[in-house]
Design a protein around this ligand. Structure first.
Ligand SMILES: *Cc1c(COP(=O)(O)O)cnc(C)c1O
Length: 223
């Protein structure tokens, strides 16, 4: 078994155990395998191991790696999880099934326009800056309700849920709890939270999607 297949198996087992510990179904959590910076061969190994949902940071990289795989893998799901420039929004709408990084009003407007032009409506998640970090993307918690309303009502965007990346040096638990509370309040079903180092905690707080790179593909090659 390739090490990617072996890692995948272990990560899946840990996801299922964490879900069961939280009193949730073993299949309640979707694994988004984050293949950013890894070559197409790594994606192929994961596909061969039964993985069909992937996350990429950069639209250009995603557009280079994934469209060619779709004919042979009709159930492929691609999530864009990184900061999205408005001039890449249309490409993102073309390649993605889910855009997890909606983080500002201007991007909401451009995504809506791109969806209308492309005739394609990937789901969107609103990224929340739960740690209020100045350098980090995301809507501040106090602005979230108005922003979600604007996305839905003014732009007609298919907002399916929320995403967060807790501050690297902090206990992630309060951040996961806050995101889950906000999703409940806004009646949003998708909660993307948890990475290689903290996905079990995220699942305990109700994550429906965990974004895992390193634990599957190993350390990312330097660019
Ligand atoms: C890279 C990345 C991940 C994966 O992180 P790992 O620690 O390698 O599992 C998850 N989410 C986002 C937004 C990322 O950029």
């Amino acid at each position: 078994m390739s090490s990617i297949a072996e890692n995948m198996k272990q990560v899946r087992a840990r996801i299922a155990e964490a879900a069961l510990r939280a009193g949730r179904a073993a299949d309640a959590v979707t694994l988004v395998a984050v293949s950013k910076f890894h070559p197409a061969e790594a994606v192929a190994a994961a596909l061969a191991a039964g993985q069909n949902c992937f996350g990429e940071n950069r639209v250009q990289e995603a557009a280079g790696k994934f469209p060619a795989l779709r004919p042979d893998h009709p159930d492929l799901r691609l999530h864009i999880i990184g900061a999205l420039q408005t001039n890449k929004a249309r490409d993102a709408v073309r390649v993605a099934d889910v855009i997890e990084s909606l983080d500002r009003p201007r991007l909401a407007a451009v995504l809506a326009e791109s969806m209308a032009r492309e005739g394609r409506r990937p789901q969107v998640l609103v990224q929340v800056n739960t740690g209020r970090e100045p350098q980090k993307a995301g809507i501040l918690p106090e602005a979230l309700d108005d922003f979600v309303a604007e996305c839905r009502e003014s732009h007609g965007l298919p907002v399916a849920g929320l995403m967060c990346i807790p501050p690297a040096e902090e206990d992630p638990n309060p951040h996961f709890a806050a995101l889950a509370e906000a999703a409940g309040r806004l009646r949003l079903g998708t909660l993307s939270m948890g990475m290689s180092g903290d996905f079990e905690a995220a699942i305990a707080h109700g994550a429906t999607h965990v974004r895992i790179g390193t634990a599957i593909f190993g350390n990312r090659p330097a660019l």
